[in-house]
Design a protein around this ligand. Structure first.
Ligand code: PGA
Length: 253
């Protein structure tokens, strides 16, 4: 954590919760985090629950995020969701290129870049996910993979737009597995990402960029992760599905 960057804790609910279940979860969370002032709290429910969750958190200190978007404005793209549709439901953030999308739905650096640029064009803040698989780490390809994902995902983005963007580092081997990267392991990659952003943009952009860690973050390990110099937040899956555990996580000290 670094004083110049406001921590950002986001709950990624993935393909969980109906619209009513999601509304109930958000409604329980609101009072639990109402007094949190020095950090940003974000919820990313499924598309079908954006409306009910948006209503439950309206006027609170919690911001709404989507888990994906499509890069075209509108038209014959069956099954897709546009930036305008997300804005209409009150989204401020959108998660882009989560490893599950890269693994199961064909997202790659090129489509991540198109989605990121569309989000920014429309005034949504992208949370761009990067991260290596276990096989890549073991084959010593960590640096190459991260450098490629960062450069590819952020291609042709202006320095002005970079101020609205968040990166989430999520080692694929740590997602939903209970295996967290150690704070030192995570911080090393965060520093690498920041260095890459510095070389692609400039020191000011790199210094202001918020980089979340994701992968089995819990109320028990969040503080040690957030104590690291280059970790500015968390993208949380499993532990965000219970109001008490997500609230505890948000309130790390
Ligand atoms: P997890 O998921 O916290 O359940 O590991 C994190 C993520 O995929 O964003």
């Amino acid at each position: 954590m670094n004083k110049q960057r406001i921590p950002i804790i986001a709950g990624n609910w993935k393909m969980n919760k109906t619209s009513i279940e999601a509304r109930d979860l958000a409604t329980k969370l609101v009072p639990l985090v109402a007094n949190v002032k020095d950090r940003e709290v974000v919820l990313a429910p499924a598309f079908t629950a954006l409306q009910t969750v948006g209503q439950a958190i309206r006027g609170t200190n919690i911001a709404l995020a989507a888990q994906n978007l499509f890069w075209e404005e509108k038209g014959a793209y069956t099954g897709e969701i546009s930036a305008e549709m997300l804005l209409d439901l009150g989204c401020r953030y959108v998660i882009i290129g989560h490893s599950e999308r890269r693994q199961f739905f064909g997202d790659n650096d090129d489509t991540v870049n198109k989605k990121t640029r569309q989000a920014l064009r429309k005034g949504l803040s992208p949370i761009v996910c990067v991260g290596e698989t276990l096989a890549e780490r073991e084959a010593d390809k960590l640096n190459d993979v991260i450098n490629r994902q960062v450069a590819g995902g952020l291609k042709d983005i202006s320095t002005e737009d970079m101020k609205k963007l968040v990166i989430a580092y999520e080692p694929v081997w740590a997602i939903g597995t209970g295996k967290t990267a150690t704070p030192e392991q995570a911080n090393e990659v965060h520093a690498l990402i920041r260095q890459r952003v510095k070389s692609l943009f400039n020191a000011e952009i790199a210094g202001g960029l918020r980089i979340q860690y994701g992968g089995s973050v819990t109320p028990d390990n969040v503080a040690s992760l957030m104590a690291m110099s280059d970790i500015d937040g968390a993208l949380v899956g499993g532990a965000s599905l219970k109001p008490e555990s997500f609230a505890a996580l948000v309130k790390f000290t």
